[in-house]
Design a protein. Structure first.
Length: 256
């Protein structure tokens, strides 16, 4: 958007004139700090390998995670929200504090998920659409990820038709996978961010796994600046479609 303003791109200027945008660059700030430190101080191997650190840095479970390494410790923030969180109790994550998908002691046990909850509560009358960017997998996943079959029409009427409109009409990269996590990765997810936002506020919320696997090293490191720019360009088109149609989507849900 900054480039659009500097270059006076009419589409970007129109989007900014009609809408307000909130950007949260990263939610897991402490996990990112660990990755940056390991990348900076870990020697030549760390330059091409980013640790598989998806959780925050909380030594979870009231000290039960003391035996976990820095990469293993913490809570998976995208399983810590207050919708269908109890699904996690039936998984390994409820018993093993070092497990990659450890969901925490309870919903909203973590300051990061509480911060997003509080932000949404404060701005629920302003926000009309939420996009969570992850990598990678070239997928577009909507609620409800903790339900199979999906009961989105009952829990958030109108949202599914918006998601299908986007998939049908927006310019996505080729071979897009779309649907819930059950549709895309054959896995139910409890405590998901999108599920909480859509269930609580009836606001469409989606997770996009951007980029193809062959554009990354070990799933996390983009192979080059050129590949990173290509990922942004390929995904900018569908994002623009959403931005240009926010009014239409809000109207479908009876919002202004």
């Amino acid at each position: 958007m900054q480039g659009g303003v500097i270059n006076k791109d009419p589409e970007i200027m129109a989007q900014l004139a009609k809408n307000k945008f909130y950007f949260v660059p990263v939610v897991n700030v402490d996990g990112l700090a660990l990755i940056e430190a390991m990348h900076r101080d870990g020697g030549s191997d760390a330059r091409t390998h980013i640790p598989d650190k998806r959780k925050n840095m909380n030594p979870n479970m009231d000290g039960a995670g003391d035996g976990c390494s820095g990469v293993e410790m913490g809570v998976d923030l995208n399983r810590n929200y207050g919708v269908d969180w109890k699904l996690n109790l039936a998984t390994k994550s409820s018993k093993d504090p070092c497990f990659e998908f450890q969901a925490g002691k309870e919903a909203f046990s973590e300051p990061e998920s509480r911060a997003i909850r509080d932000f949404m509560e404060a701005h629920k009358d302003e926000v009309k659409f939420v996009i969570n960017f992850h990598s990678n997998g070239n997928s577009f996943m909507w609620p409800f990820n903790g339900r199979k079959p999906n009961d989105i029409e009952k829990r958030a009427p109108g949202v599914l038709s918006i998601m299908k409109d986007i998939v049908a009409n927006a310019n996505f990269p080729p071979d897009l996978k779309s649907g819930t996590s059950s549709d895309v990765i054959d896995e139910k997810v409890g405590g998901d961010t999108d599920d909480f936002i859509t269930a609580t506020y009836k606001i469409p919320s989606v997770t996009s796994e951007i980029g193809y696997a062959n554009q990354f090293i070990d799933d996390w490191v983009v192979k080059s600046k050129e590949q990173a720019l290509d990922i942004c360009k390929l995904n900018g088109n569908w994002v623009d479609y959403i931005f240009n149609n926010l009014g239409k989507f809000a109207g479908k849900l009876g919002k202004k």
